[in-house]
Design a protein around this ligand. Structure first.
Ligand code: SF4
Length: 303
């Protein structure tokens, strides 16, 4: 029996701040998508679609040409995104700089690898697996490459910069989470986890082994137990940190003088699959990916 489900995004939320998890998953309070999060979604969309082209056509120019149409597609799926930038000259300048940064990220991608020499096995792959405890793990993997030997590489694009050494473990948690799910699904430990930071052009690679993935499973199970305890007791602790700078919930957060709304009445809400869309970057230094990106625009909180 499935007792609950967890994605790396929401696991990351709880690790960062249990109260943030509550606002997002239990109260389901909508959040305004940030310009940075939407730019991440846009860049991810371009890098996904790039591989629709024949190998020889995957050039920087071709990728940059996709930015406009992909932005239009996102706007069509979610017209509210047009409000990210104010009307008038200031808003227009802001929008131009936002787009210029997206262009730089796409260009930087080409300094890290040559997509003409790659044929991904999967892109934007939705994965889910149920552990023996009944906890369902789920998420989206940006890209899966499979070598002729059968070795699997999990690739994730980050539109932020590479984390400092002391935050690497958190950056890798998401990747190990995906590796655990793929291992459960396919019976083979992925050979390589690769985080590509398009904000500064760095790559973080890690070769997991079974012991790593068993440890990740124990961590995820312990996290779920902590979430269950918070659900049962109604105690969702606020944990202030650098994420607060981007948090949409300051006005209702006790750390900033606010008061959380009463918990929803009725049976304790268990997170459903719909709560847990999206992959995650618990190490991402920034804004939670967001909540607020609907209409077919998968969230990317990988800043
Ligand atoms: S403002 Fe900070 S402490 Fe408060 S809910 Fe948001 S992340 Fe948590």
């Amino acid at each position: 029996m499935v007792v609950g489900s967890l994605s790396p995004s929401r696991a990351g939320d709880f690790m960062t701040c249990p109260l943030l998890y509550r606002f997002r998953v239990i109260d389901r309070i909508p959040e305004r998508p940030s310009a940075a999060a939407v730019r991440g979604t846009l860049v991810h969309a371009v890098l996904e679609r790039l591989f629709d082209l024949p190998a020889g056509a995957r050039t920087p120019a071709a990728a940059l040409e996709m930015l406009g149409p992909e932005w239009e597609r996102l706007l069509e799926a979610e017209p509210g995104l047009a409000e990210l930038f104010e009307e008038g000259d200031a808003g227009e300048a802001e929008r131009a700089e936002w787009l210029a940064q997206a262009r730089r990220m796409v260009e930087r991608y080409f300094t890290l690898e040559d997509p003409r020499r790659l044929e991904p096995a999967e892109r934007e792959l939705f994965v889910e697996a149920v552990l023996e405890s009944g906890l369902k793990l789920r998420g989206y993997i940006d890209r899966v490459d499979v070598a002729p030997s059968g070795d699997v590489r999990i690739v994730d694009y980050k539109t932020g910069t590479a984390p400092r050494a002391d935050f690497e473990a958190r950056a890798l948690f998401q990747m190990k989470f995906y590796a655990l799910v793929l291992w459960r699904l396919r019976g083979r430990v992925p050979r390589l986890l690769q985080l590509m930071y398009l904000g500064n052009g760095e790559i973080l690679r890690y070769e997991p082994d079974e012991a790593d993935l068993r440890a990740t499973q124990r961590k995820v199970e312990a996290l779920w137990q902590a979430i269950r305890r918070a659900m049962d007791t109604g105690e969702w602790r606020a944990r202030a940190g650098r994420l607060c700078d981007w948090c949409d919930h300051k006005e209702r957060c006790p750390e900033f003088g606010g008061t959380p709304p009463p918990l929803p009445v009725g049976p304790v809400h268990r997170p459903s699959p719909a709560d847990l869309e999206g992959s995650a970057d618990p190490a991402g230094a920034g804004p939670g990916r967001g909540a607020g990106l609907g209409g077919g625009a998968r969230e990317h909180d990988d800043l």
